[in-house]
Design a protein around this ligand. Structure first.
Ligand code: SF4
Length: 133
């Protein structure tokens, strides 16, 4: 499973809403698989990923309709949490982010995202409760 940096957080805050039916079905599948397997391994890619693949905004490899915005969000996640393009245990890297994120950092990363104000991301990421699965 390939995930881009900011999708480590999106998969945590996701609440069933998305760009279209295909996106939501794929997101449901991906979040079910990685959240229900404590050994889930993801390959972190600084590019489009397995979530983008079913998104109407994806225009090509490494190309999103809002590329400047999503690249800027990815770059902030990479810098704040020293991420590398490599494989991670999904739950370990999510817990590492949760342990080190603050509300101020989260606002800095996510304030440009159209879903941020209507999603549960901030509560999930900043409540310091570890991802148990
Ligand atoms: S909006 Fe862009 S970054 Fe987000 S899932 Fe769609 S293609 Fe990927």
């Amino acid at each position: 499973m390939k995930l881009r940096p900011h999708h480590l957080m999106c998969t945590q805050g996701y609440g069933g809403k998305g760009y279209d039916k295909s996106f939501v079905e794929n997101m449901n599948y991906i979040t079910n698989v990685i959240k229900n397997d404590k050994n889930a391994i993801i390959e972190l890619v600084f590019s489009t990923d397995d979530i983008c693949k079913s998104c109407p905004n994806m225009k090509g490899l490494n190309l999103c309709n809002t590329n400047n915005k999503v690249k800027s969000i990815d770059n902030k996640v990479i810098k704040y949490f020293n991420l590398e393009e490599k494989k991670y245990n999904y739950h370990e890297i999510v817990n590492f982010i949760k342990e080190n994120i603050t509300e101020e950092i989260m606002d800095d990363i996510c304030s440009l995202c159209e879903w941020y104000s209507i999603s549960n991301c901030k509560n999930v990421m900043c409540n310091k409760n570890k991802d148990k699965k």
